[in-house]
Design a binder for this molecule. Structure first.
Ligand SMILES: Nc1ncnc2c1ncn2[C@@H]1O[C@H](COP(=O)(O)OP(=O)(O)O)[C@@H](O)[C@H]1O
Ligand SMILES: [Mg+2]
Length: 250
């Protein structure tokens, strides 16, 4: 089954067309990597998947994006529900300046969970799922900004997981991290695909080949090529894909 179905989607920032006729079907419980040179529209498409572009006043979208069968841009669509079902993690870890516990409990609390026992359970489950429980279980009341950058990023992943999303969007989640933290996040991504659908933007070709099942190669606002990761890296059909992955431009 496809978790995300994008059909004839165009996106404009004012007069500038940032995405052109995007057609993309992203399967459930797989990792899909968006690759391509800077400015080709990867983040723009990622943000469209949880309607973060709603905040950009001159942004206009045509076409269709379905997530789990629902057109997320239809008039009466519940954006709060979308934000629960589609979590996002950014390039720079952005924990709230609150305790580790409160970072994770924040989402569930806004969705009405008040019971301490229930929140405790969610905090533990989410931190375990993000492979950071062992490192922070004895300092849950400590400020989240006091842990390392790599730990903060896993905390942000745990925060996203706390509301049990179906989709996790990650925009270059390791580009600000050291190699060891990067490894941990990559391992985590491979683990999480058992439970949810992941879309990850990366500049790192090795990372794309290590973590993803499918790759979409973007160029100038278009999806130039999309397919199974091994096939894209070994036998790209479009010469522009081959030039990019072999490092001729970027
Ligand atoms: N808020 C915005 N307003 C106007 N143009 C934007 C905005 N965000 C991105 N763009 C433009 O859209 C294009 C795609 O940007 P982006 O999606 O950030 O690319 P990528 O993530 O692939 O580097 C770029 O030309 C960028 O300058
Ligand atoms: Mg980007």
């Amino acid at each position: 089954m496809n978790m995300i179905d994008i059909k004839k989607m165009n996106l404009y920032y004012g007069d500038f067309q940032a995405l052109k006729e995007i057609n993309l079907s992203i399967p459930e419980k797989e990792v899909t990597a968006f690759i391509g040179p800077s400015g080709c529209g990867k983040s723009t498409l990622l943000k469209s998947l949880n309607r973060m572009n709603d905040l950009v006043s001159d942004c206009r979208i045509t076409g269709e994006i379905k997530i789990d069968g629902q057109n997320i841009y239809q008039a009466n669509y519940d954006v709060n529900r979308l934000r629960k079902e589609v979590g996002m993690v950014f390039q720079h870890p952005n924990p709230f300046p609150k305790s580790i516990y409160d970072n994770i409990a924040y989402g569930p609390r806004t969705h009405g969970i008040k019971s301490k026992a229930q929140l405790d359970e969610i905090v533990e489950r989410s931190l375990k799922q993000a492979a950071i429980w062992e490192e922070v279980k004895d300092k849950l009341q400590q400020n989240a900004l006091s842990i390392s950058g790599g730990q903060q990023q896993r905390l942000c992943i745990a925060r996203a997981l706390a509301v049990e999303p179906k989709v996790l969007l990650m925009d270059e989640p390791t580009s600000a991290l050291d190699p060891i933290s990067t490894n941990k996040i990559e391992e985590l991504v491979r683990q999480l695909r058992k439970d949810l659908t992941i879309v990850i933007v990366t500049h790192n070709m090795q990372q794309a080949s290590r973590v993803s099942d499918k790759v979409a190669f973007f160029l100038l606002g278009e999806v130039c090529e999309f397919g199974p990761t091994e096939r894209i890296f070994q036998f790209p059909t479009d010469p522009r894909t081959e030039d990019y992955i072999s490092g001729k431009f970027g």
